[in-house]
Design a protein around this ligand. Structure first.
Ligand SMILES: [Zn+2]
Ligand SMILES: [Zn+2]
Ligand SMILES: [Zn+2]
Ligand SMILES: [Zn+2]
Ligand SMILES: [Zn+2]
Length: 523
């Protein structure tokens, strides 16, 4: 079943491919075939990715693990990898510095919060930030993503001003990424909208000298460094390196982010000029060691990444899926089945195109319904448990049905009660109606038995006669009408009078028709 629909971009790419194929006398590739190929690749990738083991989040430390000998307080057991990373390499974003509930804000490093300034966690990268520090004006219900996770998802963030790829990022005017803390601590930088804490601005005002400084912690010359606040010291370091090494960094965020942005009073010291009180709680020497180790290992990783070490990877560092040769070969077979020439080249072209398209979309290109995955994965020993669960759920559903029936019954009874109440209220407020009704019904019945003489009675008015007809009460029909309009509700006497008037009218009528004569007899 082909589920993929071509878009304009595909159209453009396909016509380019076809032009190229025409030159070497290869056959034309139709839209239909292109859609088949993309659907095929999506399905293959879907099947494959189901088998990719999930990223390991925990690490077991055995009783004689050598890597963690330095951390004597670490008992053997299961550890969150982020926690171990923070122990070995330090942390510049506060992720997993301690128990989850105490994770500090990646920007101000405070963990206090109140209703107006809550700490929110990014569901993509696990950083925590204060609403004010990151400019989260409104917390959405459900998941919240930081700016980078929302827009660039799997791509690694690269700060313009430092080598760190972790932390709270925002964008600059040109769309590049930068740490919020880099934006705060580098004196020349500003935020276009302090409320939203975004678009890091004024980059052109950062002096050339700052870009040329080499960080004394990570020893890298990249981005822009800040310097020790001691007037006689020229020590330079990246904002995030200082953070990771736990250097003294004082700011006035206690006074609120807006005030601090205004005052720009951010002060930091190198390890030699650190105030002694700071050293009581911070092991800076150790911190610098950890930071250096972190960037050394990072470099090794990067080299590995560049040395064609892609065999065990499913995705590139920016999230491009890496298709194994097997799928490429399968696609060739598929193309050959459709008798397409030049299938090997076409297969690799289409695989590349698909991977790039997948990278930009960061989501499957087709919707795959997979009704079998859940049932296929059941193990035999789990079946009795599943049956028990199903029976339990079934029992619950039956109970629900019973409750629903009872509710319907209750509502019906309530309705009946309302009807009775309504009648009672009517009887109390309009007691006359109840008295009139049976009389009127009896009269109608009698009239019905006598050819409706009273109902159709038409008194005639003669000029000059002394008879005075009550023109409202012409016959029985007008009385019934008056009754229906509730005009007797106030007094029994009026009804009584009207009946009398009607009877009088008949009796005094001078008409000699059979009808009237019969009626007179009856009355
Ligand atoms: Zn904060
Ligand atoms: Zn995030
Ligand atoms: Zn940075
Ligand atoms: Zn550095
Ligand atoms: Zn210094």
């Amino acid at each position: 079943q082909v589920v993929y629909d071509m878009d304009e971009q595909d159209d453009f790419y396909l016509s380019m491919i076809n032009k190229r194929r025409l030159k070497v006398n290869h056959c034309y590739i139709s839209h239909e075939l292109f859609e088949i190929v993309i659907t095929f690749l999506e399905k293959q990738w879907h099947l494959l990715s189901k088998r990719i083991p999930p990223k390991q989040k925990y690490f077991d430390i055995g009783p004689d693990a050598k890597e963690f000998q330095d951390f004597k307080n670490l008992k053997p057991g299961k550890y969150n990898i982020a926690v171990l990373n923070a122990l070995v390499y330090g942390s510049d974003d506060g992720v997993w510095c301690g128990p989850e509930q105490d994770q500090p804000c990646a920007i101000c490093y405070g963990s206090e919060c109140d209703n107006a300034n809550q700490i929110v966690f990014c569901d993509g990268c696990d950083i925590a930030v204060h609403q004010e520090c990151y400019g989260v004006v409104y917390i959405p219900e459900g998941q919240w993503y930081c700016r980078h996770c929302m827009t660039a998802k799997k791509k690694e963030a690269h700060c313009q001003f430092c080598p760190s790829t972790t932390g709270a990022f925002k964008q600059t005017e040109s769309g590049d990424w930068a740490h919020v803390i880099c934006g705060l601590w580098i004196p020349e930088l500003t935020f276009k909208s302090p409320v939203y804490m975004e678009t890091i601005d004024n980059i052109e005002n950062v002096p050339k000298g700052r870009w040329n400084l080499t960080c004394y912690i990570c020893k890298q010359k990249c981005g822009a460094c800040i310097q020790c606040a001691n007037k006689n010291c020229a020590q330079a370091y990246h904002v995030t390196c200082a953070r990771r090494s736990e250097l003294f960094m004082k700011h006035n965020l206690d006074a609120g982010m807006q005030n601090s942005l205004h005052l720009k009073n951010f002060v930091s010291f190198c390890d030699r000029h650190t105030p002694t009180t700071w050293l009581e709680n911070h092991d800076i020497k150790e911190g610098i060691k950890k930071t250096r180790l972190y960037y050394q290992e990072n470099k090794k990783d990067e080299n590995n990444r560049n040395s064609n070490n892609n065999i065990l990877r499913w995705e590139s560092s920016i999230g491009t899926p890496i298709l194994p040769n097997l799928i490429w070969e399968r696609l060739i077979k598929l193309l050959e089945y459709f008798q397409i020439d030049g299938s090997a080249k076409l297969s690799s072209d289409l695989c590349k195109y698909w991977a790039l398209k997948r990278e930009t979309k960061t989501a499957p290109l087709i919707k795959l319904h997979d009704p079998y995955t859940t049932s296929n994965n059941i193990k035999i020993e789990e079946i009795p448990e599943k049956i028990e669960m199903a029976n339990f759920l079934n029992g619950n559903i039956n109970n629900l049905i019973k409750i629903s029936d009872d509710i319907i019954k209750r509502q019906q009874l309530t309705l009946e009660k309302f009807d009775i109440d309504l009648k009672n209220i009517g009887n109390i407020y309009f007691p006359v109606i109840k008295l009139i009704k049976p009389v009127l019904e009896e009269l109608l019945k009698l009239d019905e038995e006598n050819n409706r003489l009273l109902w159709e009675f038409k008194p005639s008015i003669f000029k000059g006669t002394k008879l005075e007809y009550n023109i409202d009460i012409l016959n029985l029909e007008s009385i019934v009408l008056k009754f229906k309009l509730n005009q007797y509700s106030q007094s029994l006497l009026e009804f009584n009078n009207d009946i009398k008037i009607l009877f009088d009218n008949v009796n005094r009528s001078k008409q000699k028709t059979n009808k009237v004569l019969n009626l007179k007899k009856l009355l």
